[in-house]
Design a protein around this ligand. Structure first.
Ligand SMILES: [Zn+2]
Length: 413
């Protein structure tokens, strides 16, 4: 692509991101835009009119997702969908989510200008929600598109002001899909461009990550019952110190995780000690374990090994320990053929890329079991995300937009 064309495209992306970022702008130049809030609705309405102005046919579905479609000239029952989520975390950045929507819009605009209408339909989607930052529910947008939401799952949910999910949703004129059989059959591929939200690409000086899989996340609460007792009158040999037990367990779990090596990660981020007082032997401890990997068998092997360690430490120290698993997410592979396509494009364009996994969840993981799905990463400065400090050099994300455009040309024209 010649330099002036590249600059035109870059300005279009920057301008649209800036315009969108006015909706929900925070004091420190971040963005807060949670599901079904007034500002969320204004953002979707702004995008609707922007898409219309640019020649897309727009539509909202029943649940709040916005679509902008360009009809194909031949295979009109086949749609290539490009997009991401429009919601943000509280005081999030300007790129998480909306960059994927903007990239789709600009790539399609440019393709049409250069080559005319596509053979297949090209459709941008601005998904209602992914982050779970207002209600304790994630992927509302994508799960509805593929028909994976049951009404019961959100019926009892309230936000921190006591507003129910259903109240917030109906207030903005949305509701449930009529039934899950409405899941669309015309979507032949889903493509998402997203910031990495980690520091790997920056460290390795690559401008593009071709994601081959999204990790499965498994989460546990480990509950240890010992015996709370007097810190002065209980000799060391007579104690059932649950925190001492926990510290041994935590150390062994982390060391075991290191032995397993990349891409396994394990995090112990929560520790509740009872009674949490300096002069009482801790009677009860609860700690969390979050572990992720791209291979389900390997992560399960890790889990069974650390469960054995917990059991043996517990036995030695005469503690009573329960391991409760409350999340069991499976790793999701991305489409190999699309990766091969993208790799060829990167090589021919001289783009510095890396094939990598995603340690965070994305809408792509909801689509991938149903339709061929691709996830393109661009670098995050210092790996920072879910923060107003989130930043990607426009030249880097433009490599991603260019790759997206080339890929769409290959599969839709
Ligand atoms: Zn995101």
């Amino acid at each position: 692509m010649d330099e002036s064309k590249r600059n035109v495209m870059k300005n279009k992306v920057i301008n649209l991101i800036d315009e969108l970022s006015e909706y929900g702008k925070t004091e420190n130049d971040g963005v807060t835009r949670t599901l079904f809030s007034d500002i969320w609705m204004e953002t979707q309405s702004f995008l609707e009119s922007d898409l219309t102005k640019k020649g897309f046919t727009t539509m909202f579905d029943e649940v709040g997702n916005l679509y902008g479609t360009v009809r194909g000239t031949q295979d009109t029952d086949e749609t290539i969908m490009i997009g991401s989520h429009i919601d943000t975390v509280v005081n999030g950045g300007k790129l998480d989510g909306q960059l994927g929507i903007v990239a789709g819009i600009v790539a399609i605009e440019e393709l049409i200008e250069e080559f005319g209408l596509p053979k297949k339909n090209l459709e941008v989607v601005s998904m209602a929600e992914e982050e779970g930052s207002r209600f304790p529910f994630t992927f509302w947008g994508s799960k509805n598109i593929v028909g994976r939401v049951a009404e019961e799952e959100v019926k009892g949910l309230v936000d921190q002001d006591g507003v129910s999910f259903i109240e917030a949703m109906t207030d903005k004129g949305f509701g449930f899909r009529n039934n899950n059989s409405l899941a669309r059959s015309d979507i032949k591929a889903y493509i998402e461009l997203h910031i990495e939200q980690g520091g790997v690409l920056e460290k390795e000086e690559k401008s593009i990550g071709l994601v081959n899989g999204i990790v499965g996340q498994k989460r546990f609460l480990i509950e240890i019952d010992g015996e709370a007792n007097h810190a002065g009158t209980t000799p060391m040999g007579y104690r059932k110190d649950s925190l001492h037990g926990a510290s041994k367990m935590i150390d062994s779990i982390i060391e075991l995780g290191k032995e397993f090596g990349d891409p396994l990660v394990v995090t112990i981020g929560r520790l509740d000690v009872t009674p949490n007082t300096s002069n009482v032997v801790p009677g009860k401890v609860i700690f969390s374990v979050d572990t992720r990997h791209t291979n389900n068998e390997i992560v399960n092997e890790f889990i069974s090994k650390f469960s054995e360690l917990i059991e043996s430490i517990s036995r030695d120290m005469d503690l009573n320990t329960k391991v409760n698993q409350y999340m069991d997410g499976y790793p999701v592979p991305m489409d190999e053929q699309l990766i091969t396509h993208m790799e060829k494009i990167c090589i021919s364009k001289g783009m510095d890329y890396k094939i990598m996994h995603s340690g965070a969840g994305h809408d792509a993981q909801i689509f991938a079991p149903k339709v061929p799905t691709a996830l393109i990463f661009v670098p995050s400065r210092k790996g920072i995300s879910h923060s107003y400090l989130e930043f990607t050099n426009p030249d880097d994300y433009m490599s991603g937009v260019e790759l997206l455009k080339e890929l769409l040309y290959e599969i839709a024209y």
